[in-house]
Design a binder for this molecule. Sequence first.
Ligand SMILES: [Zn+2]
Length: 535
Amino acid sequence: MTSERLSTVVLLAAIAALFLAACGDSGAGASGLPGLEPTMTSLPPSTPTDIPAPDPITLPAVDWENVDQFRAAMRPAFADDVDGFVNRNRYYIEASLEFENDVAIIRGAERVRYTNRSADTLDEIVFRLYANMASLGGRMLIYRAEINGQPVEPGLTARDTVLILPLETPLEPGGSVEITLEFSVAAERGMHASYGAFGFQKEVFSGPEWYPMLSVYEEGDGWWVGVPSTQGDAGYSETGLYEIYLTTPEDFIVVMSGSEIDSFASGEGVITHHYVSGPMRDSLLVASPVFGVLTEYVDDIAVNVYYWPGDEPGAEEALRIAVDSVRIYDESFGRYPYAEFDVVETFNFSGIEYPGMTVIADANWEPGNQFFEITIAHETAHQWWYSVVGSNQVDQPWLDESLTCYSEYVYGRGVRGEKRTKDWIDGDRDTYNYYKGTGAPDLKLNLPVSSYVDHNYGVIIYVKGPLFYMELENLLGRETMLAAMQLYFERHRYELVESHDILDAFEDASDQELDTLFYEWVGEFPGLDLSSVEQ
Ligand SMILES: [Zn+2]
């Protein structure tokens, strides 16, 4: 970014809008800053007609001990990582994607093995049906639920986004259960909600969290059943292994988290895609008959860009940005473990991250558009902070978003050079100072998405957040900064973190007490040593 952009208040607001919009944030606020126009208007959630119960799907027995097939989704040096996931969340899904009367319908069944890794005895298993969130705008129905082969009567709460399965026999620590669910999920053509991620438009079906997904059991708090805010990311989940057979019309190109290891004709006019993942915390599905694809390798990572007809110039630039981002982050933060990374053009708002994939809005898909570059660099950094190192994006959005925004500076230094990146950081500083100057609340970083109203979320999490990391960088130096991020990444690969995990990694890597600095910017959190905070 250039310093000219700082010349007027209006341009400052425009800079803020660039950052606010990343990851689907609306960026539109009523107070403080000049009005930032949303680029997509929220529509009331549309509810397609209930899909009649499909014919029962008979799933084969799954050999949960065998994880060999998942190695194909990993870089060779990380293939053994799958061995540690025999007793983690496991998904085996068979589904079909069909189009009927302008409604995209997935009908499927899944066998899921859940292992109780907590010290508590569980009397229920909780899944999330995120597609039913108003901000996603799909419709998911459950037709059959079984636990260890026995039918159970599920309960639904939280606007049908929480599915509760009672356990007749409580699940002891270390024990496993196998859950079978039959489901459908539908999206009407042209339907889009504020987040705009789940839907079917322009011959592209985009299905985040398109299957019933295990929630997270938190010791002491129970199963997580929070309702995500419309301005942040939805998913909160633990890492597991996915094996998926998805049948689509034969001309469809399917892009999912992980790697397609096989495909075969499975009926008249249809083809079945066989996907496996490495240890991942979600599986995104995007499918279209119109995608073009470009591929380039970073070492042994295949970076693919899927684009719409006529958008190849943007795709070439997207590929360059994604390749630069993967290379820089892989060297700076720690090795990306998966064999593949996909950037996919869809109709969503801005850009949204998923394991091994990111979707980028067609509205920004143009060469030379700085927001296009920043969004791809940002979403790619989420592969490190969100995908591999996971966190609760709803209750503690700073954990992944602020570090991801700081990572943009690391990308900037690697691609744009020191001077232009310094201008960029100075621009963020001016935005933050301007925001405070309007009298808007200078909130701490460690708050749930729902605690930030209007544009506070964007400025605090996306602008103040990376500036906090700049404070750390100025205190510790760049070398120690990257060493701390590498330590944090290595310690928490495939796991979920809390705020104190970042503090611990930075203190251990720097051998300094950082409680006071964290308290000033981040706020209080369990694990922060308040007694050592200098008031
Ligand atoms: Zn983000």
